[in-house]
Structure formats: structure tokens, C-alpha cells
Ligand binder design. Structure first.
Ligand SMILES: Nc1ncnc2c1ncn2[C@@H]1O[C@H](COP(=O)(O)OP(=O)(O)O)[C@@H](O)[C@H]1O
Ligand SMILES: [Mg+2]
Length: 350
């Protein structure tokens, strides 16, 4: 790309110099200018001004594109902070144990996670709840080894997860994050996130059914082959945010990884649609270990275990029923949310 710019800029400088030198030479050698020379000089002036404006535009573009090059250079020079281990994964991954884990972001003054302890048993469905900023997303990022703990450890079976090869370890997980992405690819490719092969249609259709968007997809011209977004295709399909979220969720159902993490996968859905989605999710992930994060506690009713976070700590844990009995912070939050929904229902009935 740099060479193209240099070539274009060089060509324009050459044109300008050539036109100027020719005019000077004609004037000097003839001791004056003929009508033909005037025409040549005028057309040279117009060429010069055109070439100059092109040159300025190219230099400006070059400056703009150099900023992207800087990003590419930064990316290529980046050395990962998460170091690879040597061990192969156990054939059948066991429980994940989180022991006295604390974590501080590099630029933060205080710990974002403080002394977290819990066990994520095989096949267990954990609801991770708590207000915004309490540390839920940070905690699951540590489980995925996107960051390493500042102190404490995360163990898979008897091994610290740092012992394993990072890519293999992360391959144990399917995730949907709040800031999910939909790509300018076919619906099928968006679900599989890999090259497609024969026999994929059935897998993708059943994943779309589980996430509750199959009916919508079957009304779209092209079905599973339809291209999403208009970024590269004028006939591309634009889905609503709720539909995109369901499509991202289908990615989880199209895999069979032992661990699943869903970080607010239903924030764009209404409470009833969210509850239905969680019921489907429970059925479709049978036997898999799932952590789901939601700020609506109705979904926590379905979980095997609820962890309530506040200011980077787990302040309550137990089943939904146990936490209601305890009548503590979780029970208080649950009742307040229920009242809110009942209140809304009264309003809509009026
Ligand atoms: N990359 C980061 N660098 C510094 N602080 C962060 C970063 N990401 C999140 N935080 C801070 O960590 C705290 C917990 O955030 P987060 O884990 O996203 O909470 P939650 O998911 O419960 O809303 C917040 O105070 C947030 O501002
Ligand atoms: Mg979050």
C-alpha cells in the first residue's frame, strides 16, 4: 500500500516538474511565446493545479491510513501476557475450583475481585447475579483465562489452569458476551463460526430452534444461506438486536463444549422471552456446566446454584429457595424486582 502511494505521489511530482520546465524552456529558447506555446503553458497550469490538488489529497489519505498501519504494527508486535502451559487437558474435565481469588486491573487502584471462593461442579448451572459493576464479567473473563488472577488460583481437577495450553483450555468453553458480534457472512456461518460442510444444515437448524429464532430465519429469503448485514451485500438481511442476540446464542447450541458462559445473553429480550430462553437453554445444555449472568433474577430460579456478587465479592450463595429463606440481600432484590414487574402489569392493565 505504501508503494502505491509513493508511486502516485512520485508521478504527480514528475508531472508538475515536467510541465514547469517545458514552459520555461520554450520561453527562454524562443525569446518569447507563440500562440501554441501559450496553449501548452495554460494546459500545463491546469495540469499542475490538478496534480497539486491530487498530491495534497494523497498526502492527507496517506496520513489517515498510516494510523491504521500503526494499529497493525501494534497488533503484530504484541506479546501475549497470558503464558502457555505445557500440560494436555484431562480427557474428562472435572469440576472447576476457584480458590481465594483476587484480581486487580493494571490501571485500577483497588481489587475488582476480592477473595472469591466457589466450586463449579460438572454439569452444574450457576446463576451469577449482582448489580452493574459488581465484577461478574471480570470473574468469567478470569475463568476463560483472558486475565490471570492477582492472587489465588483456578483449578481444573487438581491442576491450576495455567498449567494447560491456553488455546486448548479456552477450547473447553462456548461463550456469549454482552457485546456479541454478528458478521457479514451467511446465517449458517454466523452460527458455526467456521467453514461449513455437508450435513451442517441440520445442526444449525436445531441450534436456531433452541435459541428461538428458527421461525424468523425460515421466513427470510435464502434461509440459512442468507447473508447478514448490508456491509458487503446490498441484499443483506438486517436483524433486530434481540434477533442478533438469539443468533449468537445459537452458537452455543451448535457446539458441545463441556463449559458454557452466557454473559447477559438476553439483555435485549423482554422478561417473558428471557424466561423462555433460559428454559430452552437449560434443556439444550443438559449435562454441560453453565454459568449465566443476568441482572433479572427470574432466571436464577432455574439455576442449581446462585452466586450474588457485590463490590467484587460473593456476598451470598445457595439455591434460589435457600436464599429466599435466608431473607438477605438476594431475597430483597428478588422481591423488589417481582414488585416492579407486578407494578408494570397493573399499569398495562389499566
Ligand atoms: N478493562 C478494565 N480496566 C479497568 N477496570 C475495569 C475494566 N473492566 C471493568 N472494569 C471495572 O471493574 C468493575 C467490575 O466490572 P464488570 O466486571 O464489568 O462488572 P459487571 O459485569 O458486574 O457489571 C467495574 O468497576 C468496572 O469499571
Ligand atoms: Mg457485565
Amino acid at each position: 500500500m505504501i508503494y502505491t502511494y509513493i508511486q502516485r505521489i512520485g508521478l504527480e511530482v514528475f508531472t508538475i516538474l515536467g510541465a514547469t520546465l517545458y514552459s520555461v524552456w520554450r520561453t527562454m529558447s524562443n525569446g518569447g511565446m507563440l500562440v501554441g506555446d501559450c496553449i501548452v503553458v495554460l494546459s500545463s497550469i491546469s495540469s499542475i493545479s490538478f496534480a497539486l490538488s491530487n498530491l495534497i489529497q494523497n498526502l492527507a489519505e496517506f496520513g489517515e491510513h498510516a494510523l491504521f498501519l500503526e494499529d497493525v504494527r501494534y497488533f503484530l508486535d504484541y506479546t501475549p501476557k497470558i503464558l502457555d502451559g505445557e500440560k494436555e487437558l484431562p480427557a474428562k474435565p472435572n469440576a472447576l475450583e476457584i480458590k481465594n481469588l483476587s484480581f486487580k486491573y493494571e490501571d485500577a487502584k483497588t481489587d475488582t475481585l476480592k477473595n472469591i471462593n466457589f466450586t463449579w461442579n460438572r454439569g452444574e448451572k450457576i446463576a451469577l447475579v449482582g448489580s452493574n459493576g459488581s465484577g461478574k464479567t471480570t470473574l468469567v473473563k478470569l475463568l476463560l483465562r483472558l486475565y490471570d488472577p492477582t492472587s489465588g488460583e483456578i483449578c481444573l481437577g487438581s491442576d491450576n489452569i495455567k498449567e494447560f495450553k491456553v488455546d486448548n483450555y479456552r477450547g473447553l468453553y462456548s461463550t456469549v458476551f454482552q457485546d456479541f458480534k454478528v458478521f457479514s457472512l451467511s446465517i449458517k456461518e454466523n452460527v458455526l463460526l467456521r467453514a461449513t460442510k455437508n450435513g451442517d444444515d441440520e445442526l444449525v437448524s436445531s441450534a436456531l430452534k433452541e435459541s428461538g429464532i428458527y421461525d424468523k430465519v425460515s421466513t427470510i429469503k435464502g434461509g440459512l444461506e442468507a447473508i447478514l448485514t448490508r456491509e458487503f451485500d446490498d441484499n443483506g438481511v438486517n436483524l433486530s438486536i434481540g434477533e442478533q442476540q438469539k443468533l449468537s446464542l445459537a452458537r452455543v447450541f451448535a457446539t458441545d463444549t463441556p463449559f458454557v458462559i452466557l454473559d447477559e445473553p438476553s439483555s435485549a429480550l423482554d422478561p417473558i422471552a428471557e424466561y423462555e430462553m433460559f428454559e430452552n437453554m437449560m434443556r439444550a445444555t443438559k449435562g454441560r456446566s453453565v454459568i449465566f449472568i443476568s441482572h433479572r433474577l427470574s432466571s436464577a430460579v432455574l439455576a442449581d446454584k446462585v452466586l450474588l456478587m457485590e463490590n467484587g465479592e460473593i456476598v451470598e450463595d445457595g439455591t434460589h429457595a435457600e436464599l429466599l429463606m435466608k431473607n438477605g440481600k438476594y431475597a430483597d432484590m428478588f422481591h423488589r424486582q417481582a414488585e416492579n414487574y407486578l407494578g408494570r402489569e397493573v399499569c398495562t392493565n389499566e
